[in-house]
Design a binder for this molecule. Structure first.
Ligand code: GUN
Ligand code: FE
Length: 454
């Protein structure tokens, strides 16, 4: 029997740092029985040929074809799973109206487990087919349907981090879509945490419970306090929306006379394992608090363009030491693809960059140093997401999980424009970032197991 569970041979792209791409040309990747990368072997290494000789012709040897490349699987730090059913709908109305007119009525239907099964099955398969190997999900207020989402992730092999959403304030939430009361919200959350931790034991890739106050406006003080205590008691992940829109930002100011970041911190909700979505109105003091606590930002560039007309200063927050990953925010963001969000992250950041129109004063056009490169946006979707979750994912390097996508740029029906056989590999990488569609994603692996192929 071979020592390794799988041996892959091919060219991989991974982040060396937030700015730089590591190119591993024609390397061997040795995957152990836990689904981790035990060894990466370069062609010049002495064990390269002996390993090839040992595995050639075996079922667990995978040589990538010409035109195929390995990328780390994507980490989507912000997905509203039930909202998949309305992706692309009603994005022209303001957030507050969108929530009340479309989103809450839709989410209320997830008391029906058959409906939940249909939507969640389709979403998890779709995300895997788009290269998303880890997802941080908001489910709904319903404990059973939220657990069903975790079960579907477990079964399909996705690393799912799932939150039962808490919305307990009777003044702020619709009568037919909220927790029965604060005590029930906290009891359901605790039962949910225990059930997901139990479920995790039968998975290879892991599933995780997430303490999930929807956003400050939907929760009472007692719920926020109780959720902070539960996160501490069970050492769980925490997620919420933070300083997303003018309306929510203003609401929190009126209620607590401080910004979301400090209010969440007062309730024990800013932890190392916390991920806060959007953060459009984060100021420098808020960002410093995030950096100090190890709390990460889920940057949702498509959604922010619609609901907040906003671009967060990614480069500036990175320089302050804040961890940042990328989120699709389905369905505030219409696309299930982090490739689309990588592209929007770059485009949006350039809208914030200082302009060169001599007719306008420079400061009216933006802020110098705002733009991010596509390499940095790729880092957000992969290694940045892994660091935000403190998990060994998002990089193709030793001791990381074998969470990868195999991209085929020579697919007969959809070739990428490569007209030079010796094209520089960094140029190939950039074409992949801008032009990949789901049909180019031939295989997706999570924790050493194949979870999607086409
Ligand atoms: N704020 C509170 N709930 C939501 C939601 O579902 N989507 C977005 N984008 N913002 C929110
Ligand atoms: Fe959201």
């Amino acid at each position: 029997m071979n020592k390794y569970m799988q041996l892959f041979r091919g060219t991989a792209f991974s982040s060396k740092s937030s700015q730089e791409i590591l190119i591993l040309k024609d390397h061997l990747f040795c995957i152990n029985h836990e689904g981790r990368i035990e060894k990466v072997v370069a062609p010049a290494d002495s064990d390269y040929q002996p390993l090839l000789d040992a595995y050639l012709g075996q079922d667990n040897y995978h040589a990538l074809d010409e035109g195929q490349y390995l990328l780390p699987g994507f980490v989507d730090l912000h997905v509203h799973a039930p909202q998949w059913a309305q992706s692309g709908t009603a994005l022209d109305i303001p957030l507050y109206d969108w929530l009340n007119t479309y989103t809450f009525p839709l989410e209320s239907k997830f008391s029906d487990l058959d409906f939940a099964q249909e939507v969640y099955d389709d979403l998890v398969s779709t995300l895997l087919a788009n290269g998303t190997t880890t997802a941080l999900y908001f489910a709904t207020v319903h404990k059973e349907a939220s657990l069903l989402l975790a079960e579907i992730c477990a079964k399909k092999g996705q690393r799912g981090l799932v939150g039962k959403v808490v919305m307990d304030d009777p003044e702020q939430n619709p009568e037919n879509y909220r927790d029965a009361d604060t005590r029930t919200a906290l009891a359901d959350t605790e039962e949910f945490i225990l059930a997901v931790q139990q479920l995790a034991q039968s998975t290879k890739q892991g599933v995780y419970p997430v303490v999930t106050p929807r956003f400050i406006p939907s929760c009472t003080d007692d719920a926020l306090k109780g959720l902070g205590e539960l996160a501490d008691k069970y050492d769980t992940y925490v997620q919420s929306h933070c300083s997303e829109s003018d309306w929510a930002h203003g609401y929190v100011q009126d209620r607590f006379h401080k910004n979301d970041a400090f209010a969440l911190h007062d309730f024990g909700l800013l932890r190392d394992k916390s991920v806060m979505a959007h953060c459009n109105f984060l100021n420098d003091d808020d960002a410093d608090l995030f950096a100090e606590k190890g709390t990460a930002i889920a940057h949702c560039p498509i959604s922010n363009a619609y609901f907040a007309n906003s671009v967060i200063p990614v480069a500036h927050f990175h320089a302050k030491g804040v961890e940042i990953g990328l989120g699709s925010d389905i369905s505030g963001g219409f696309s299930p693809s982090l490739f689309d969000n990588i592209r929007q992250a770059v485009i949006s950041s350039r809208m914030l960059e200082d302009g060169v129109n001599p007719a306008l004063p420079a400061q009216d056009r933006g802020v110098p140093g705002s733009r991010i490169t596509v390499d940095e946006a790729f880092y957000l979707a992969t290694a940045g997401g892994g660091e935000s979750l403190s998990l060994p994912i998002g990089r193709i390097q030793e001791n990381y999980a074998w969470d990868v996508q195999i991209i085929d740029i020579k697919l007969p029906s959809a070739k990428l424009p490569i007209f030079n056989e010796n094209e520089d590999l960094h140029d190939v990488f950039q074409k992949i970032m801008y032009l990949t569609r789901p049909e180019h994603i031939r295989e997706v692996w999570v924790q050493g197991e194949k979870v999607h192929s086409r």
